[in-house]
Write a new protein. Sequence first.
Length: 224
Amino acid sequence: LASDSSPACPADMRHVSGTHYDRAQRLCVRLVRDICFEFNPDVVAFEGSETTVDVCVDQYEWPNKKGEKPPVMMRFTEAADKCKSVGKRLCSEVEWELACEGPATLPFPYGYAQVPGACINDKPYKPYDGAKLESSREEIREREIKRLYQGEPSGSRPRCTTPFGVVDMVGNVEEWVTTSRPEWPHISSLKGGYWSKPWSKCRGTNDSHGPRFRFYEIGFRCCV
């Protein structure tokens, strides 16, 4: 585990370098309702393009401070502006995935099998009220967000740390990334799942939402 930042990166970021594979095909050994929770560590096929990555990634979700709860209801455009304000940018999908998987292209940040409680993705789902989330009255929006929010302070689950030393990439808040895939409709995508998605892994991208979308479980982290 890379517990310290590289001299090439600021102290609150982690150096992520290596090769990202466009597709990693694995053999599932524990399937529950069509979702794989464990993979054979000895069987993998890399397919598609290979991309060399060399980047600094925030150790924690924005505001990149251990012990602080990540804010939500962040649009992609707002997240990009926040990163720019501190001399950084949003991570690309490729950078984000390598930071989560590590050099061994792990399916989970800590290994090949899902470990209940390792990451902040085991909270019970709460149905949301869309009208309240988009209300023109701030107090109504804030009350609904507070009711729904189940994020924890960054770094609360030490096991949810990647081989590069990046924390909470799976669970807590879902994270905006940029993507350049021609088959996807937007430059904005979401990675990592959130506090009520126990099947979330390093792979798996939500490409359904444009840059102006916001939601009660969306945050981000920055790269440089």
